[in-house]
Each structure stands twice: as C-alpha cells, then as structure tokens.
Write a protein that binds this ligand. Structure first.
Ligand code: DGY
Length: 318
C-alpha cells in the first residue's frame, strides 16, 4: 500500500539555489537529474527544471507515472513540449511574474550600450583616466530616438512603457497587431523590414521556436541603420552568432547588447568577446531577488497542482 503521507518523488536538475532546494524539499523528495538517463523510475511523478536542462520524450519515458513537468522560468525551448503533450503530461512555466524585471534589464542594456556605461566604468577605474575630456566616449542619444520592439508580448509591452517614459518613439512588430496597446500607449505597428530600417534601437523579445530561430541574420542586420543598436533579451539562437559577430566587427551596426548568446556561454576565445561594441550579460533578464522568489513560488505551485491532479496555474500550450 503506498504511504499517503509520503512526499512525492520528483527529479530536479542542479545546481538549485539553496532557498529553492529548501522550498522544494519541504514538499517533495528530490532525485538527481541522472534518473532521466537510465532505468525506469515508477515512483517519480514530477520533473522540475531550473537551469534549462534539455528534456525530451525519451527522457520522460524513464518515468511511466509522470504527471507534471514544471519549469522555473517562462521560456521552455529546452523542453520538448510536443513530446510532453503527446504523453498527456502538462508543462508549467512562470509568465507574468518576471515581465517587469526583464523589461528593466532590456532597458538597462539599451542604456548601457547607447551611453557606453560599461566602457565608462572600465575607463573610470583605469590608470588612463587622468583628466576629463568632453570629446571622449560619446554615445548615442536615447530620448527622442526610435525603439523597435520585436515581440509585443507581456515583456515587450513593459519595455514599450519604459521607452515612452523616456520620450522615445516606439514601433513594434508582432504576429498579431495589438490595437489596444496602440491606443493606450501610442506604439505603432511596423512590418519586420520597416522596423529594422527605421529603428535606432531594436529589442528582441520573442520566444525561441522554429519560426523565430535565427530571425536576426545577416540579411536582417544589413537592413539596420549603421547607427543602430541591437538588444537581445530573449534567447541566444534568435540571433545568428556569426552574423552579429561580423556585423559588429565591420561596424555594420553601432553596437549590440546581448543578455543571451548562442551557444551560452560562448567559448571563452570567441571573437565576440574581444569586441568593444558589444555589451554582454550572463542571462540576467529576470535575475532580481524579488522576481526569482515569485518564479520559485509559481513554479512550485504549478508542480504541486500537477502532482495532485489539478490544473496548473500556467500551462504551456503548443
Ligand atoms: C525565462 O524565464 O525564460 C528566463 O530565461 C529564465 O529561465
């Protein structure tokens, strides 16, 4: 007879943050990710993904009683959702709770790249900084410039609101028009090409899928103004790494700010890392203490709902 009071067994990837491990351990027994590689584990009813481990159907099949996959984060491109759906396993994610933090980060990158914040910090600390020079480190204006947002979802909308506050003109490109957003905050719809050609700053904020993979390639980069700045806050493979490296080396565009790269991390000797006109951060989009805590709570709620046969708070749809 199964012990009704026993905690459910779930598989987790590592490393988990200490606080998350504590929160999960209060409710579940945690088994290591290696269980996805061999054997049949009938006692496992949940999988919890934290740091984007690859998860496909052949791995799910090690768990015949699997009831739920819960992901810490909104992007689920590391999980084969079609495989999960075909096995009737719901996949949970955490939209909504991270929009503000991710939009803040997009704006931080936009400003850092436009106003040379990182290079300025380096110079201000260096021995070379001996005298103020009004001619050095000139950046690009932010207010009064045009921002093009590719993907006006929850995060894109928050980025647009910040940009309006900075007196920017905001264009967006999206699969569907957002007439409400157009009326409420004054964003303008543009085709993909119009957006690339007219924007001073281009922010990419779309999920990674077969349609969006490599959408910023050499052709797209060639359409951008030579003074334009590209910001990627979504997923690395949205931008063709070789194409952006060449565009920056040849100064085809002014700069880029990439929170995500393909691969991630880049090999330590990758030529992109040697360029001055790129600002890089290690996938920090939603990395604030408050947002991470909300993501933990929501992902655990999704997990517990699935484990107890209830509908998830947020289930990924195909
Ligand atoms: C997300 O939510 O997709 C972030 O990239 C963190 O996983």
């Amino acid at each position: 007879m199964p012990n009704a009071s026993a905690k459910p067994n779930i598989v987790v990837d590592s490393p988990l943050s200490d606080s998350l491990r504590r929160m999960l351990s209060e409710r579940c027994e945690l088994l290591p990710w290696s269980a996805t590689e061999q054997g049949t584990h009938e006692s496992v009813t949940g999988i919890y993904t934290f740091g984007h481990p690859h998860l496909d159907g052949s791995m799910m099949d090690h768990f015949p009683e699997l009831k739920v996959i819960s992901n810490f984060g909104v992007g689920v491109d590391h999980i084969n959702v079609a495989d999960a759906i075909s096995r009737d396993i719901p996949v949970g994610n955490t939209p909504g709770v991270l929009d503000g933090a991710t939009a803040d980060m997009a704006f931080a990158l936009l400003m850092a790249a436009g106003r040379k914040v990182v290079a300025g910090d380096r110079y201000a600390r260096s021995r070379e900084f001996t005298v103020y020079d009004p001619g050095y480190m000139l950046g690009r204006e932010i207010h009064s410039q045009t921002l093009g947002i590719i993907g006006l979802g929850r995060i894109g909308y928050q980025i647009a609101r910040r940009a309006i506050g900075f007196d920017m003109r905001v264009m967006y490109h999206n699969r569907h028009r957002h007439e409400n957003a157009e009326q409420q905050i004054g964003v303008q719809y543009a085709t993909f090409d119009e957006l690339l050609q007219q924007s001073d700053y281009v922010v990419i904020s779309v999920p990674l899928n077969d349609e969006t993979r490599g959408m910023i390639d050499a052709i797209a980069l060639n359409q951008m103004k030579s003074t334009a700045i590209l910001i990627n806050i979504g997923r690395g493979p949205l931008v063709d790494t070789e194409a952006i490296t060449t565009a920056l080396q040849q100064k085809r565009i002014y700069a880029a700010a990439l929170d995500v790269t393909d691969p991630e991390p880049l090999p330590r000797d990758h030529p992109l890392l040697a360029l001055d006109n790129v600002t890089l951060t290690p996938h920090l989009g939603s990395a604030t203490e408050q947002t991470r805590h909300r993501m933990a709570e929501l992902s655990i709620e999704n997990l517990m709902c699935g484990l107890t046969d209830k509908a998830l708070i947020h289930e990924v749809t195909p």
